[in-house]
Design a protein around this ligand. Structure first.
Ligand code: SF4
Length: 248
């Protein structure tokens, strides 16, 4: 029987993130956790504590900070867990770089590069599971302000293959995330100590000032309403997502 997303979203709306993860694991045998290498490690910690067969993966775009690569291995060692690295298609990267160079995103927008380095590997991974867990929070950006705790993933479902997305931290603030990290001594990316808040690829991430929003350091040359790389494209209005759809 198909998973009742609407009912789950209603009943879990105010639930503790651990209860949302429990519900996700109970509902799906093939489920994965997307670990971005930043504070999503809170979810890794919860999954490690709760047990259950959750695949953990990270998109290795080839453009991450050295600190992030070191952090990935630190998390792997700390929890004794496998973190599957998903790499982009080599020929697609070569073609993009051959045609446009290594920094085309500053000129043409980030979506084309993200489509090659993030979306295609993500789509490949999500084709192997029926649900995934993400670290999205409503307070992260205007594009995430209405993220539900459970939703049908319109972007990555395919005919005959519905995909459900769980966002256990949707109701959490950045402060709650960092309180958890401190309380449970969870490892974190050392870049956070140097002013980085939301961490993505090295050329597309910069530190932010204390008064700036945490996503202000991502794709800072673009409008806040466009700051999704395609992983969570369902957060952007239909009218605004044409370039990503076309290149993904
Ligand atoms: S974040 Fe930047 S470097 Fe990384 S995939 Fe997107 S555009 Fe390319």
């Amino acid at each position: 029987m198909a998973y009742d997303v609407d009912n789950a979203a209603r009943s879990l709306e105010q639930a503790d993130p651990r209860d949302i993860i429990r519900e996700a694991v109970a509902g799906f045998d093939r489920i994965a956790l997307s670990f971005s290498g930043a504070e999503d490690v809170v979810l890794v910690d919860m999954v490690a504590d709760l047990g259950g067969d959750v695949q953990i993966f990270c998109l290795d775009t080839g453009r991450l900070h050295p600190e992030t690569y070191r952090f990935l291995d630190k998390v792997r060692d700390h929890y004794g867990m496998d973190i599957e690295l998903m790499f982009p298609d080599a020929e697609a990267v070569q073609q993009l770089v051959r045609e446009k160079g290594l920094f085309s995103f500053y000129r043409d927008g980030h979506q084309e590069c993200c489509a090659v380095r993030k979306i295609e590997p993500l789509r490949r991974k999500l084709a192997t599971v029926d649900a995934w867990i993400t670290g999205q929070r409503r307070d992260q950006s205007p594009t995430r302000a209405e993220v539900p705790v459970v939703q049908n993933d319109r972007a990555f479902s395919a005919p005959g293959h519905p995909l459900v997305k769980f966002n256990p931290l949707a109701n959490w603030s950045s402060e709650q995330v960092w309180a958890y990290i401190a309380e449970y001594q969870v490892p974190y990316n050392e870049l956070h100590e140097r002013g980085f808040k939301s961490i993505g690829c090295e050329p597309c991430t910069r530190p932010v000032a204390p008064h700036e929003h945490e996503r202000a350091g991502r794709w800072w040359w673009e409008a806040a309403t466009q700051k999704e790389c395609g992983l969570h494209i369902t957060n952007i209005r239909e009218a605004d997502i044409k370039p990503v759809r076309e290149s993904a």
